[in-house]
Design a protein around this ligand. Structure first.
Ligand SMILES: [Zn+2]
Length: 110
């Protein structure tokens, strides 16, 4: 059985740069945040004690933090960035056919 930890520990290419995604023990207790994007190490850390669905939302949030940084968007964190992560997460959850469309090789995936 593949655990959530094994699934979420991955390398994500964002803006052409490999970013490591890692579940971290006690992140929330030590860091005070359930997720963290490290722009120097190009690393996304997620607190391992969060609910699986919350980890997905945190991952999306931290991906947007990386996009904000790498594309110099300068989004307002608690306003624009957090609303964008909530909106995109809801769209992905409500429309699984959208992700299947992106995965479908016949639709231009190489
Ligand atoms: Zn944040």
């Amino acid at each position: 059985m593949i655990t959530m930890k094994e699934k979420i520990n991955m390398t994500l290419r964002i803006a052409g740069i490999d970013h490591e995604v890692k579940e971290v023990h006690d992140l929330a207790r030590v860091d005070g945040a359930t997720g963290h994007f490290d722009p120097i190490l190009k690393e996304i850390r997620i607190d391992e004690d969060q609910h699986p669905q919350e980890k997905q939302r945190i991952l999306l949030h931290e991906i947007l933090e990386a996009v904000d940084r790498e594309f110099y968007l300068k989004l307002d964190h608690n306003g624009q960035l957090s609303k964008l992560d909530a909106a995109l997460f809801q769209i992905f959850k409500d429309n699984p056919q959208l992700l299947r469309l992106f995965l479908d090789e016949k639709n231009g995936n190489d």
